[in-house]
Design a protein around this ligand. Sequence first.
Ligand SMILES: Cc1cc2nc3c(=O)[nH]c(=O)nc-3n(C[C@H](O)[C@H](O)[C@H](O)COP(=O)(O)OP(=O)(O)OC[C@H]3O[C@@H](n4cnc5c(N)ncnc54)[C@H](O)[C@@H]3O)c2cc1C
Length: 225
Amino acid sequence: MLRLTEIKLPLDHSESALADCILDRLAIEADQLVRYAIYRRGVDARRRSAIAFIYTLDVEVADEPALFKRLANRRHITHTPDMDYRLVATAPPGLTQRPVVIGTGPCGLFAGLVLAQMGFRPLILERGKAVREHTRDTFGLWRKSILNPESNVQFGEGGAGTLARSRTRAFLAARFSPNSSRPAPPPKSSTSANLTSAPSASSAWSNACASRFTPPAEKSVFRAR
Ligand SMILES: Cc1cc2nc3c(=O)[nH]c(=O)nc-3n(C[C@H](O)[C@H](O)[C@H](O)COP(=O)(O)OP(=O)(O)OC[C@H]3O[C@@H](n4cnc5c(N)ncnc54)[C@H](O)[C@@H]3O)c2cc1C
């Protein structure tokens, strides 16, 4: 696979514009392009009047060695690096002891996943509350200045990742909020005008979800100033 970087297109570009750029950059005919995948899409907003997408693409072409030889030393065309993750070990058969992972934050969950994939049957321990109470207690601190020292940003299922802003937070709020329907998601943005308004639409949606939580009084251990 070839990796093409710094492909710049306007925000409202058509889908076919990507393929056209690839053909142009590689100087090939359409029948030589087997497939491509978007590895990364960034937004170049340095000039407000010309906001654009910047793509990094992985491209499969017919007769890649010959093409790469012809394009050798071209800027922004390289081989796609091998980024496959390889498990570093396999659990020996009959292993009776199990590794223990402390905490269900992003690190603990990922460590548990990888250990399980290697066959180690990990035990993951969490000292905080389940995600629903964890989320509710933390919103209690943010919205009503009520701190529960045992259930907050530091302690609780999912770790601080549960409270990460943006859609994760909105998703959890919507997913675990009782007796209410999920609000409509924020509009997708595809123009520069929408891009500037998208964050506020998104946070309004988050707030609409989050505001359904009322921290239960009996869980309030300490009232912060
Ligand atoms: C408000 C907020 C918003 C954030 N937003 C973003 C974002 O938008 N994007 C982003 O990339 N990052 C964000 N972060 C950062 C991100 O959440 C953290 O980098 C990430 O959660 C760290 O993961 P971790 O697993 O190392 O630790 P943590 O997430 O802190 O998880 C630690 C876990 O261990 C548990 N634990 C602690 N002690 C014990 C014990 N003795 N026994 C058992 N369990 C224990 C805790 O209860 C917790 O579940 C945000 C952080 C905060 C606080």
